[in-house]
Design a protein around this ligand. Structure first.
Ligand code: ADP
Ligand code: MG
Length: 278
């Protein structure tokens, strides 16, 4: 819920002004994230710096366990970094207090996770409307926007369904509609195709491309699927918490390729062992 004294237009105006002066939407500087757990500190992000251009389709690519989700959580304002800054549209995310940060996130970002989270007692339309409703809009405004959002992802005919009865691919489309409902400038997606077969995965990627091309939204896609790389116009490679920016026309950094090869050979070994033990 938003406090009464927060001006909901601040972020939109701030954004509009910001857009006039620079093409950089996200500016991440020297991020370090250390989790302190019982067995000692775990350094998950190691001095990560990069920029994301407005209107770009950026892929954050890396093997499992490399720190992608941690980076996404830091970018989306959910996980404060140990040190470093996340500037979004000129706003230092972690200089905002938690209420303002939540508000900023709600108005500037749409987030799609690998797993879907639904309020089971609400139908598809109501689930999509919920973020707007929670940020202080009246019910009819929220439902109207949700309808438009569902049309954008081609899921309007399922408005009255319970989300949990839909297929994985359909649920991800609804999840996309929910991320779009507040008309955010930035769409952050963390392995949105991770649980889908390749056909449904492609449908979600097509939709993200459409959102990027037609709606001119900045899209960040986190993936470990190598097939999606050519679709992006900017690539960020992450390996063991260290990030390398892809350069136009250049192939994948050799250390990422090497790590993929290792993962593949481990999988092949495991398969062989399983076959032997049958
Ligand atoms: P990815 O999304 O690339 O698979 P994650 O960001 O989920 O990687 O995790 C990267 C590393 O950080 C992993 O080794 C994971 O165990 C560790 N990690 C993530 N979250 C925490 C946490 N809350 N506490 C301790 N370690 C964590
Ligand atoms: Mg992850």
């Amino acid at each position: 819920m938003i406090d009464g004294d927060i001006n909901t237009e601040v972020t939109e105006n701030q954004f509009r002004e910001y857009k006039k002066v620079t093409s950089i939407l996200i500016d991440v500087r020297n991020l370090i994230k250390i989790f302190n757990i019982a067995s000692g500190p775990v350094n998950v992000l190691k001095d990560v710096s990069f920029q994301v251009k407005q209107g770009s389709f950026t892929i954050i690519f890396g093997p499992s366990g490399s720190g992608k989700s941690t980076l996404m959580n830091v970018l989306s304002g959910l996980e404060p970094p140990t040190t470093g800054n996340v500037m979004i549209a000129g706003q230092d995310l972690y200089q905002l207090n938690p209420d303002l940060r939540a508000h900023f996130r709600g108005s500037v970002m749409g987030i799609v996770h690998q797993e879907n989270y639904w309020i089971k007692s609400l139908n598809v339309l109501e689930n999509v409307a919920l973020p707007l409703y929670l940020s202080g809009n009246d019910k009819s405004t929220a439902l109207k926007a949700a309808k438009v959002s569902l049309e954008q992802v081609g899921m309007q005919e399922f408005s009255n369904y319970r989300p949990t009865v839909l297929s994985g691919g359909q649920q991800q489309r609804v999840s996309m509609a929910r991320a779009l409902v507040a008309n955010p400038q930035l769409i952050l997606t963390d392995e949105p195709t991770g649980n889908l077969d390749s056909k449904n995965g492609k449908m979600i990627i097509d939709l993200l491309q459409k959102i990027n091309h037609d709606l001119k939204r900045t899209v960040i896609l986190v993936t470990h699927n190598i097939e999606y790389l050519p679709l992006s116009d900017s690539q960020l490679y992450i390996l063991d918490g260290e990030l390398t920016e892809g350069r136009p026309g250049e192939k994948m950094p050799p250390e990422i390729l090497e790590s993929l090869r290792n993962q593949l050979s481990q999988l092949t070994q495991m398969e062989k062992m399983e076959k032997k033990s049958v």
